[in-house]
Structures are given as structure tokens and as C-alpha cells.
Design a protein around this ligand. Structure first.
Ligand SMILES: [Mn+2]
Length: 311
């Protein structure tokens, strides 16, 4: 068996309508650490958008540093796979990446070496191959005429073709079938959007899930609502609601168990509890001030429509 904990779209350092969420983020990240401590996991995947900005705030960097250090302290043998998303600066996120591999922390931010598998061993010492695909930029791959490939669907098509070839080669070398795991940041065709995602630059951002038909399990990031793409492709979604259209939507981390021989995948959503839930109240403002519900709310942001003068 292989046990994976999946999260992504942490957006550490994000503000919600100018209110810092750093305490809320620390609160929810602690729940992930508790889960890793409580159950035996072999692999922890962060599917991109670690930070909210390419230049994260000092508080954001300090929180992610503390998060990784605490995980390493409680689970020193746990393999951790991290990729950059469209909100991250790949260069900055990859600081120290070569050294961190010694601590089982594997940060992939560049298109180079995406075909190099990371071998992870499950409870029966059977190998699993992990391939990490960070957000791919226009020009990460080139057409035959030397022009850069710009669309997400074409970039992912090249990446998955190369990975599939590398994986076939690996299975040949090892003389047996090896389950194939993917950690990727992309917008899959048919996925459910939220208001807090930023669209990719360039056109044709949607990627067909068919490109991943050869994988045993694919952990996806970018879409903020937890969702199942297929029986073996899942978005964990963001651990907190980052927009009003995510109000009243439950947030989760995903627990994935894979059987060695059958490659059967069982995915269990683990509910996360926010420090401050995002709620939407609709009605006349004057009446809200009088309701007991309003008095209990610690933070209130008015999201008012533009009022037009009826005269
Ligand atoms: Mn995101």
C-alpha cells in the first residue's frame, strides 16, 4: 500500500479583501501536520500555489518555513513533493531545493527533468514513481521549427508524452509494472472554477484529462474547489475559502490509499476547519445590525453592489 496526503493552493500570504489570513492559514496548516502525525503516510503532495504572490511577504515565507520544518520534525522519513503554481515564482520557490532533497523535500519548479522519476516506497517496499509537473510557461517546450509552445494544452501534451515514454522505459528496466503518480498544476477541461483563481496567461488554458490516462493517480492543483476529475484524478482544492463564491463550501485535504498489485485507488476527503468561516449574508443592511448573528461575527467585509441613483 501507498498512503498519500494531498493539498495545494495554499496561497500563503493571501489577504481576503485586505484582511491578512496568515493566522487562518497557520490554523489550517496545523491540521495537516496533526493528520501527518496521526496516520502513517508515505508521501505528502503540495500541488502548487504555495504562495499567493511571486514575491511573498516575510510572514508568508516564515510560515511556510515553519510548516515544512514541523513536518520534517514529526515525520522525518516522509517524502514531500512540491511544485510551483501560476502564483509562485519558480525561481524563488526552488531556493535550496538541491539541499532539501536530503530531507526528503522535493521541489520541482522547472520543466527540465520532469521525466526523472522520484521513487517512493510504500509499506511493502514496492516502488512507486512520482513525476512532478510545475506550472509550465510559454517556451518551456519548443515546436520543431524552434518556436515556443505557448498553450497549456500543448505544453501538457508534450510533458505527459515525455513522462509516459520515461515511465515505460523505467518499467522495462525494472522488469515489472510500476504505479505512476503525477503532481501537476493545471486547469483540467470540465473543472469547476472559483473566483479566487487567476487565469493563466495566454490562450487555450484548458487541458484534457485524457492526457493522464496512463497514470495510477494524479494529484492536481489550480482549482480551489475540491473535485474529482475521474476515479484517479483529483483536486484537493484550497484549504481555505479565498473568495465569496466559496462561502459555505467545505474545504478538504485528500487521503489517498493505493494497493500495490491491483493499483486500486481509494480517495477519502478529510474536512478542514477554518478559524473564520466565510459566510454570505444577503438582505437589507439595517436589519443585519440588529441580528445576533451579526454581533458574533469577528470580521465583517461588506461586499456592496454599485448603487445607482433612482432619480
Ligand atoms: Mn491557486
Amino acid at each position: 500500500m501507498l498512503h498519500i496526503l494531498q493539498t495545494g493552493d495554499l496561497h500563503i500570504g493571501k489577504s481576503f479583501h485586505e484582511i491578512s489570513l496568515i493566522e487562518d492559514q497557520e490554523y489550517v496548516l496545523q491540521q495537516l501536520i496533526s493528520e501527518l502525525q496521526k496516520e502513517k503516510y508515505d508521501l505528502f503532495l503540495i500541488t502548487g500555489d504555495v504562495y499567493d504572490r511571486a514575491i511573498p511577504s516575510p510572514e508568508a515565507v516564515a510560515l511556510f518555513d515553519k510548516f515544512l520544518s514541523q513536518i520534517h520534525q514529526v515525520c522525518p522519513q516522509l517524502e514531500i513533493g512540491i511544485i510551483s503554481g501560476n502564483h509562485d515564482s519558480g525561481r524563488r520557490l526552488s531556493f535550496g531545493a538541491t539541499f532539501f532533497t536530503a530531507a526528503h523535500i522535493h521541489i520541482q519548479t522547472q520543466a527540465e527533468n520532469i521525466t526523472t522519476p522520484l521513487l517512493i516506497y510504500g509499506s511493502n517496499q514496492e516502488p512507486y514513481a512520482l513525476y512532478q509537473i510545475p506550472i509550465l510557461q510559454s517556451g518551456s517546450f519548443f515546436n520543431e521549427d524552434g518556436s515556443p509552445i505557448t498553450s497549456q494544452s500543448d505544453l501538457l501534451s508534450v510533458a505527459t508524452t515525455q513522462i509516459q515514454e520515461a515511465h515505460n522505459k523505467l518499467e522495462k528496466e525494472k522488469g515489472k509494472e510500476i504505479p505512476c503518480l503525477i503532481n501537476a498544476h493545471l486547469f483540467v477541461l470540465g473543472g469547476l472554477k472559483s473566483e479566487s483563481e487567476r487565469v493563466f496567461l495566454g490562450n487555450s488554458e484548458l487541458v484534457s484529462p485524457d492526457l493522464f490516462s496512463f497514470v495510477t493517480y494524479g494529484a492536481f492543483g489550480h482549482l480551489h474547489k475540491m473535485q474529482k476529475v475521474s476515479s484517479k484524478l483529483y483536486y484537493a482544492g484550497s484549504p481555505l475559502s479565498y473568495s465569496f463564491d466559496e462561502a459555505n463550501i467545505k474545504k478538504y485535504a485528500l487521503k489517498i490509499a493505493i494497493a500495490d498489485a491491483t493499483k486500486d485507488v481509494v480517495v477519502t476527503p478529510l474536512p478542514l476547519t477554518p478559524l473564520h468561516p466565510v459566510l454570505r449574508l444577503e438582505g437589507v443592511l439595517r436589519t443585519f445590525y440588529k441580528t445576533p448573528q451579526m454581533k458574533q461575527l469577528p470580521i465583517v467585509i461588506f461586499n456592496l453592489p454599485v448603487l445607482t441613483n433612482p432619480l
